[in-house]
Design a protein around this ligand. Structure first.
Ligand code: UD1
Length: 343
């Protein structure tokens, strides 16, 4: 039986944060949420509480505001932190690099400083497979080189990893896990919570889902001349509930240890863009319209994880299929065609 912890989730109202909040509650942990609501909605909170069957104290704050964070720690004294908060739009990071470096790095540093002040012993960080840049070998294992990222967003994930690793090496009381996510999709199977991108979605699944509901006319498939079986890019899509459960396992693991460990969080299986469109068309019951368009700058042909370390060390493995990922995305999208209600 693992320890029951009080866990602070920065960015806990976002897509991955909200699903992780629910799974932590289901596992018996206490959840405290901090979010500045820049890219999330307050109306997710009652839904998290309903699904998780517990209350979550909520703090509307920016993690870059160290005084506000300090006040939260003084009141709540969390045992552990899962750090989701951060800006995540790749093209925006290219046009506004300083915004991304300041926001994503200052928040990470503030958090580590306040954790040290209050003696908080564990952190799990939302990293990304983007830290591998254009990896040479597939599947990608954790020991492949990182840091040659193709955009400032990716660099902030890499730099945050370095900052956390160095801090864990210096602070003997700190344990850290870096989770490198592949491509999270899907939604809680209730259809009550899901992904709600601001404006026009950049990522594949939210766009496909909005075409399926008729909110957008068609999908543009970026490139059909890649060196892959059908010419479209291959990615490792992972159900957000599997991803959320990886956080629960990572927390159980690190709350009993010190130092810093890194894990890929993927399924190990790649799907092409056309295979995803096909799976989604089956899930929603009608064909999703698409058209081929030129390649998107910065995309690489194929990327998928070697997830063996997470299974061996954490006892975690992704179990939800592509079919399930599409069915759950569709349930969320068709029940909430305009996302969460606006306040
Ligand atoms: C993207 C980011 C990555 C980030 C991840 C977070 C880029 C270049 N990379 O990964 O840094 O960590 O999101 O989830 O933005 N596609 C289309 N049409 C669309 C949208 C996407 O064909 O309208 C294709 C893309 O070319 C790609 C695949 O779908 O081959 C997946 O794209 P996406 O969902 O944006 O994820 P990544 O690019 O893998």
């Amino acid at each position: 039986m693992s320890n029951k912890l009080k866990v602070l989730l920065t960015g806990g109202c976002g897509y991955i944060g909200s699903h992780t909040a629910v799974e932590l509650m289901r596992a018996g942990h206490e959840v405290v949420i901090a979010d500045d609501l820049v890219n999330a909605s307050r109306s997710v909170l009652p839904r998290i509480e309903k699904l998780g069957g517990a209350k979550a104290p909520f703090y509307e704050l920016d993690v870059c505001d160290e005084a506000a964070l300090d006040a939260l720690f003084a009141k709540e004294k969390p045992d552990a932190v899962i750090h989701f908060a951060g800006l995540k739009c790749v093209p925006e990071s290219v046009t506004k690099p300083l915004l991304y470096y300041r926001n994503n790095l200052v928040s990470t540093m503030n958090l580590l400083a306040v954790m040290s002040k209050y003696g908080t012993g564990s952190i799990v960080f939302s990293s990304s497979a983007t830290v591998y840049g254009e990896a040479e070998k597939m599947p990608i294992s954790e020991d492949q080189p990182t840091g040659a990222c193709t955009n400032p967003y990716g660099m902030t994930k890499h730099m945050s990893e370095v900052i956390i690793r160095d801090t864990a090496a210096a602070e003997k009381g700190l344990g850290a896990v870096l989770l490198r996510y592949f491509n999270p999709i899907g939604a809680d199977e209730s259809g009550l919570i899901g992904e709600e991108p601001l404006g026009v979605p950049n990522n594949l699944l939210p766009f496909v889902a909005q075409v399926a509901t008729g909110r957008r006319e068609k999908l543009f498939v970026y490139g059909n001349d890649y060196p892959t079986p059908d010419g479209t890019c291959i990615r490792d899509y992972i159900h957000v509930t599997d991803l959320a459960l990886a956080h629960v396992k990572a927390l159980d693991y690190i709350s009993q240890r010190k130092g810093c460990e890194v894990f890929n969080v993927g399924t190990g299986k790649g799907y092409s863009v056309l295979e995803v469109v096909d799976a989604f068309s089956k899930a929603c019951g009608h064909p999703v319209r698409y058209e081929f368009a030129p390649r998107r700058a910065g995309d690489i042909p194929a990327m998928y994880a070697d997830p063996e370390k997470a299974e061996r060390v954490l006892g975690w493995k992704a179990v939800r299929s592509m079919e399930k990922m599409c069915e759950d995305t569709w349930r969320w999208q068709s029940n909430n065609p305009m996302g969460y209600e606006k306040e």
